[in-house]
Design a protein around this ligand. Sequence first.
Ligand code: PHE
Length: 451
Amino acid sequence: MSESRAQFATRLGVIATTVGSAVGLGNVWRFPFEAGANGGGAFLLIDIFFVFVIGIPVICAEFIIGRHTGLNVRGAFRLLAPGKAWGGIGYLGILASILILSFYSVVAGWTLEYIFQSLTSFGGVDSVDGLHNQFDTFAASNWRPLMWTIIFLLFNYLIIARGVQKGIEKMSNIMMPLFFLILIVFCINSLRMPGAKEGLDFLFKPDFSKVTPKVALSAMGQAFFSLSLGLGCLITYSSYFSKQTPLVKTAGIMASLDTLVAIMAGVVIFPAVFTFGMEPAAGPKLVFEILPSIFMHMSGGMIWSTLFFLLLFLASLSSTISMSEITIAYMTDEFKFSRRKASITNTVTAIILGSLCALSFGALSDWTICGKTVFGLFDYVSSNILLPLGGMLISIFVGWVLNSKVVKSELSPKGSRVPMWVVKAIVFCLRFVAPTCIALVFLYGLGLFSF
Ligand code: PHE
């Protein structure tokens, strides 16, 4: 609808930026530790179910809203349902994006520390135990995690302040393929480790006795988090799509590549976990403890390690850019803030909340609410509650409220080759499957209801 809005320049740009938003710490850091804590194979299977049965239709729903309106999350719902409570979805998304940016920047900051550590070959430490302890020493130092969080947010600021195409698109085009290639090298390396069989069994052989409502809730949260879904990030990005962008295909490619990268990260991590005798359920520090041991056992370890953390840092940046864009588009569209002013507001808020998250592993580790640190709470509330809730409301909105002609013409515009049954299947999932599944997982997983 809005004609003057910036657009992505190329088809590759659309794929690289949406995949760039999806692929990041969610795949490489969050997926392995969540799978490790929730039974491995069964978690992966449920995650894949959510990605394909709920994820793809809800991605399409966000794309429909974004491209059709060409607006930010809040503005989009106001235009489509003026004066109705649906606008609340916009606020929910903005809140989720701020919470996620805050704790995500802390972990992205860890990648900066690890680039630095890689360059000095982890201070010459080469024993497995020594490398595993590096993380605790780092986290307990307080000021270093804090410093890296702030530095990361400043990098993020530099890009978001420059605008949509120039910053985001160019970087993603180069970085994403490179990241993929290097992961393949690490997969091959891990498959040759003594713990490979045990690791692969853990990841791919589902043990259904481990499936509890809590595991299902975590898998659902992981699917939404990893797909950048449920908070309007994809509404915002698709507001920059052109009329030629094929929505269903883009959603399919994005969900498949994102899942593939998570599985690859699992193939890198779990053989090493069993080879080096670590506990898969070690929590958020799992990946940062295990990766140095993997790299330092490869020939040319220092180079691999530096390259990997550098790419992980860039992959995190393409994700934080996308979550920042939610609030920036909101502030520039709705309050006529300049891009610079909106970027500063976003960054300052994230620095304040991010500092609390950064200290959650050191000075503030005793500050807990419901047994969770600030970091853990921000992650739990956003991933397991706000994103699926947003996803449920978005699917109900597009399935039941939005004019079905709009839905059809966005999914399968004139001249497109998307068959009608695909459109019908997506609408069916949005109307019935997604809302019911999410509601059930909520009721059981949050303990509001039990068998
Ligand atoms: N999907 C991103 C990742 O996996 C994280 C993210 C969540 C990005 C929400 C944008 C919005 O790293």
